[in-house]
Write a protein that binds this ligand. Structure first.
Ligand SMILES: [Zn+2]
Length: 258
């Protein structure tokens, strides 16, 4: 009889305790979920702004995504080369338009094709460090590894050029930056280079789409992301054949990132 009297309240207490536990766990889990989602207020826009491999985290402030000069200037940048097929074609197109551009090179490709580094320099173009191996998880690596990738590419460029050449910029693979990467970039005397216009040529959307994307998003001071390496770039080369004369006709002049 006593049990019958005592039992219900104990059961009730346990039920209350368990319910409280469930509520607490649920609240904690949902808190974590919103914390993950919170940093990116517009995930779609952020993914479109990021280029090569859309990164989850927003880009930090202070990255270079504007031309050096103000006015109707545009800075074209070419990533992931040098490439023996496409880099020379792009250099020809740029020369015909009297355009300067910045080439963000991968050390491994630089070592394979040092003559292309010299060709890029001979055409009056600028060099940008894009790491030795294009590790897109470099933002998760240690300072030692980050230094090896960034300083290593810088050295590869010097050796390939067979001269002391200025390398003014570093661009993160996939646009994914860490504080360590920014510290090493500054220590190595380079500017952290981003972009303001993603041509999305890396998605191979077709020549016409690359042209349209740039035409619709370019504005004075834009830094445009394009690729001369890392895959088949015939669409990029063809798009340039349209875009370069179009930019000139629009009154744009070519500049380096500032
Ligand atoms: Zn890249």
């Amino acid at each position: 009889m006593r049990y019958r009297v005592l039992r219900p309240p104990y059961c009730y207490r346990w039920a209350v305790l368990l319910s409280a536990l469930v509520v607490a766990v649920t609240a904690t889990v949902s808190m974590f979920h919103s914390a993950e989602g919170a940093p990116s207020p517009a995930p779609v826009a952020a993914a479109q702004a990021m280029a090569e491999a859309p990164a989850a985290a927003p880009e930090p402030a202070g990255l270079v995504r504007h031309t050096a000069r103000t006015g109707k200037f545009v800075a074209l940048t070419f990533d992931d080369g040098p490439d023996p097929v496409y880099t020379p074609q792009i250099l020809d197109a740029l020369s015909r338009a009297g355009a300067v551009a910045t080439f963000c090179m991968i050390g491994a490709n630089v070592t394979r094709h040092p003559e292309l580094v010299r060709a890029v320099l001979a055409h009056g173009m600028r060099l940008c460090d894009h790491t030795v191996s294009h590790d897109e998880d470099l933002d998760k690596r240690t300072e030692q590894r980050v230094t090896a990738e960034i300083a290593g590419c810088w050295s590869d460029l010097q050796v390939a050029a067979d001269a002391d050449v200025p390398v003014s910029y570093f661009r993160a693979p996939g646009g994914s930056w860490s504080d360590v990467m920014r510290e090493v970039t500054a220590r190595e005397g380079m500017k952290p280079l981003s972009w303001s216009v993603d041509s999305r040529d890396w998605t191979l959307p077709g020549t016409a789409q690359i042209v349209t994307t740039v035409q619709q998003t370019v504005q004075p001071g834009a830094v445009v992301l394009l690729h001369d390496g890392g895959g088949k770039r015939a669409q990029t080369v063809e798009a340039l054949g349209v875009l370069l004369p179009w930019l000139v006709a629009q009154g744009y002049q070519f500049d380096v990132p500032g």
